[in-house]
Structure formats: structure tokens, C-alpha cells
Design a protein around this ligand. Structure first.
Ligand code: GTP
Ligand code: NA
Ligand code: MG
Length: 408
């Protein structure tokens, strides 16, 4: 991809907020959303789209309203480096906690600068200085102690010093000299996506380069389509979206995954071809990697991957059978490898069971139940192994034999 220096323009920073449970991430985002997003638009309904922009002195800041550390790293693992700056929220009355450290590690791995928001300073017992001292052990050293990390003491609940936090984000953004070329075809990443009954696949995407327009043919991960509607977080229709703008789009043939990359193509035909090609390739990769575990391949996979547990999903017709089967499976142990019942419930094998199997690599065991037609199709497509039994001991024996490499 060639860069045209002359066409580069400054863009808004993209910020992810992370921190320990209950330290105030959502409260901070809620405060920003209320005061900075709908400002001057009394009655304007702010809808949740997983990302939105706040404004200070006419400058925009894009906040990703998603993650949780796992989602953050999952997206990075898929090549979607969307975050420029991490805001680490630490409650002043609780100090550094395990997920604070986790967040620091995720931010370090991503190479993003960290701004610390020491929150809840309005509370009795708040000790912001102690938070600053604790964080020095993690190389987050405030300027007053000779370091370079920006700390802002805030109350997300009362809105104290929030403008100062935004100012600091913009200051950090200036250092990063964030630029993008809006003249290119749009490209970026999926922040979140879901299936809407009326509108079909609805995705929040972040435009990272170029400009995305209504009607643009796009390939998004393994999905494709033409941008049918495009809205901002206020639900306003947009004709185009420039770099660092989060938008909600419709018009794709299927639901993409968070972290999928999107690219505008020359025409719909090539978007479709690219989408189908990618889907085919993804399937082949799964097949070639042998990452789909079946009872038939279980023993070899166990050896190859040095598995500690064999994931299994149990569905049965009545609760008593669910418990008996899950209980017996959990007792199986073959050379230190045990069965992990990732999900066990009453009822037919449904779409959600198959998705879970896909995500966890589990084998599905049905006792006196069958899959729904949709689940059956999806399991075939995803090559999920489903086994059906009406004698509990047969199920136990098959799993045990498969783990020993003795399946008939
Ligand atoms: P998780 O999403 O569960 O990880 O939590 P969170 O980090 O999003 O915390 P959340 O915003 O839900 O806040 C947790 C609690 O702390 C809520 O009861 C908030 O009202 C309270 N809280 C958040 N910020 C402040 C603050 O600045 N001052 C005070 N007094 N309470 C706050
Ligand atoms: Na909470
Ligand atoms: Mg929260």
C-alpha cells in the first residue's frame, strides 16, 4: 500500500478504557456519552453502538466502548490494531488489583501509551497518591516523580476533571501525530457485529484509512456486500465516514466477527469473489490445521497438542440424564487427560451449542435428543462432531476409547 504524504490529514485518536472490575469504566463512558456526545442536542437519543466520539474544543476523540481485556487481545490477535491510547482506570479507594495489572500487560503488548485515570476521588478513603506509588512498580511513573506517565485524578460519577482527562488524551494524540489519508478507499476493522431480525447483519466498524461511503462494495472478513445504511452513534444517517469514525453499517451477507478487517473493493462482484474466496480458504485452513476435533481424531490431536482436557458439550432430554452423563464424563481420566464439560443442558442441540463447540473445540454428545435443522446444517459446515446415544454407558465407553486411541 503506497502512502501519499500530501493527502495525509490528522485524525482523531482511538481510545480503549480498561481496568479492574467496578473501578468505574462504564461510569466514565456513560458520563462522556451524556455530556459530550449529546451535548446541545436535547432530546437526541444516543443509541449504543459499541464505539462513539466525544468532543473537546472542536476536536474529536473516538472511544471504543467494548472490550474487556480478552476482547482487546483477541482483536489484536486477528490483526486489528485499533487502539492508539489506553486509559487505565484505577479506583482510588481500592488501588491496583489483578485486572489492573492484566490491563497494563495487554496495553504493553499492544504498544499503546497508557494514561492513568485515578477514579473515585470523591469517595471517603480515596488515596490517589497510593495508586501512583503502586503503579511505579509497573513502569507507570508520574511526571512529578521523574517519569512520563500522565495521571489524571477524576470522579467519573461527579464528572470531576473529565475535561482534563480529555485534554490529556488529545495531548498524547498530538505526540503520536496520528494521520490518515481520507482520499483512499475505506478500510478498517469490525468492533462488534450481530444479527438483527429486521435489518440483517448489523456491524459497528471503525474506519481506519480512507473514506467509507454509502453504496461502497466491501469485503469484511469472510463476508461481503454493499454498504446499505451507515449511521453514527446518534442514529443519524451518514453518507460517508472518514478515518477514526465509528459507524454502524448494514448490507453484508452474513455477520462478520469482531476484529475482522474490511476493505472497499472496486465493485460488488469482486467483493463477493473475495469474500467467498476468503471463506473457502478459512475452511481449508481449519481442515488442514486439523483443529476440528472429532472422536475419531481425538487421540492423535491429544498427542499433538498435549491437551490437558477434552472439551465436551452434553445435551439430554431430561435433567437427570444431563447430570448423570456429565458427572460420569467428568470422571474419565486417560493418562492425565480429563474431560471438561464446557456446557450441559436439557433440550435439542441448537445453534448456540454448535457455536460454542466451534469456539471451544468441543465434541457434542446428545442423549435422547437430536439437533435442530439449523444446528445440523451449521455443524456440518463447521465440521463439528456430534454423537448421539440412548445408553449412557455407550457414550462413556466411546469417549474413553477415543481418548485411548482405541475407538472402533
Ligand atoms: P465492570 O464493567 O463490572 O468491570 O465495572 P466498571 O469498571 O465498569 O465499573 P462501574 O462503572 O460499573 O462502577 C462500579 C461502581 O462504582 C458503580 O456503583 C459506580 O456508581 C461506582 N463509581 C464509578 N465511578 C465512581 C466515582 O467516581 N465515584 C464514586 N463514588 N463511585 C463511582
Ligand atoms: Na461494574
Ligand atoms: Mg462496566
Amino acid at each position: 500500500e503506497t502512502v501519499n504524504e500530501d493527502a495525509l490529514e490528522p485524525r482523531a485518536p482511538v481510545v480503549t478504557i480498561m481496568g479492574h472490575v467496578d473501578h468505574g469504566k462504564t461510569t466514565l463512558l456513560d458520563y462522556l456519552r451524556k455530556t459530550n456526545v449529546t451535548e446541545g442536542e436535547a432530546g437526541g437519543i444516543t443509541q449504543h453502538i459499541g464505539a462513539y466520539q466525544a468532543r473537546l474544543d472542536g476536536r474529536l476523540i473516538t472511544f471504543l466502548d467494548t472490550p474487556g481485556h480478552a476482547a482487546f487481545s483477541e482483536m489484536r490477535a486477528r490483526g486489528a490494531n485499533v487502539t492508539d491510547i489506553t486509559v487505565l482506570v484505577v479506583a482510588a479507594d481500592d488501588g491496583v488489583q489483578p485486572q489492573t495489572i492484566e490491563a497494563i500487560n495487554h496495553a504493553k503488548a499492544a504498544g499503546t501509551p497508557v494514561i492513568v485515570a485515578v477514579n473515585k476521588i470523591d469517595k471517603e478513603g480515596a488515596n490517589p497518591d497510593q495508586v501512583m506509588n503502586q503503579l511505579m512498580a509497573y513502569d507507570l511513573v508520574p511526571e512529578e516523580y521523574g517519569g512520563s506517565t500522565i495521571f489524571v485524578k477524576i470522579s467519573a460519577k461527579q464528572g470531576q476533571n473529565i475535561d482534563q482527562l480529555l485534554e490529556m488524551i488529545l495531548l498524547e494524540a498530538d505526540v503520536l501525530e496520528l494521520k490518515a489519508d481520507p482520499t483512499q478507499p475505506g478500510r478498517g476493522s469490525v468492533i462488534e457485529a450481530r444479527l438483527d431480525k429486521g435489518r440483517g447483519p448489523v456491524s459497528t466498524v471503525l474506519v481506519q484509512q480512507g473514506t467509507l461511503h454509502i453504496g461502497d462494495p466491501v469485503v469484511v472478513g469472510n463476508t461481503y456486500g454493499r454498504i446499505r445504511t451507515m449511521q453514527n452513534e446518534k442514529g443519524e444517517d451518514l453518507k460517508e465516514a472518514k478515518p477514526a469514525t465509528p459507524v454502524q453499517i448494514t448490507g453484508l451477507n452474513a455477520v462478520p466477527s469482531a476484529g475482522d478487517r474490511f476493505v472497499v473493493m472496486a465493485d460488488e462482484k469482486s467483493a463477493r469473489a473475495a469474500g467467498e474466496e476468503r471463506e473457502k480458504r478459512a475452511r481449508e485452513e481449519v481442515r488442514n490445521a486439523g483443529s476440528v476435533v472429532t472422536l475419531d481424531t481425538l487421540f492423535n490431536t491429544m498427542a499433538e497438542k498435549a491437551m490437558k482436557t477434552v472439551p465436551v458439550i452434553v445435551k439430554a432430554d431430561v435433567q437427570g440424564s444431563v447430570e448423570a452423563l456429565a458427572g460420569a464424563l467428568k470422571k474419565i481420566e486417560v493418562e492425565g487427560v480429563k474431560v471438561d464439560v464446557v456446557h450441559a443442558a436439557v433440550g435439542a442441540i441448537n445453534e448456540s451449542d454448535v457455536s460454542l463447540a466451534g469456539a471451544s473445540g468441543a465434541i457434542i454428545i446428545g442423549f435422547n435428543v437430536r439437533p435442530t435443522p439449523f444446528a445440523k446444517n451449521q455443524a456440518q459446515t463447521d465440521k463439528i462432531d456430534m454423537r448421539f446415544y440412548n445408553v449412557i454407558y455407550d457414550a462413556i465407553d466411546d469417549v474413553t476409547d477415543a481418548m485411548k486411541g482405541q475407538l472402533e
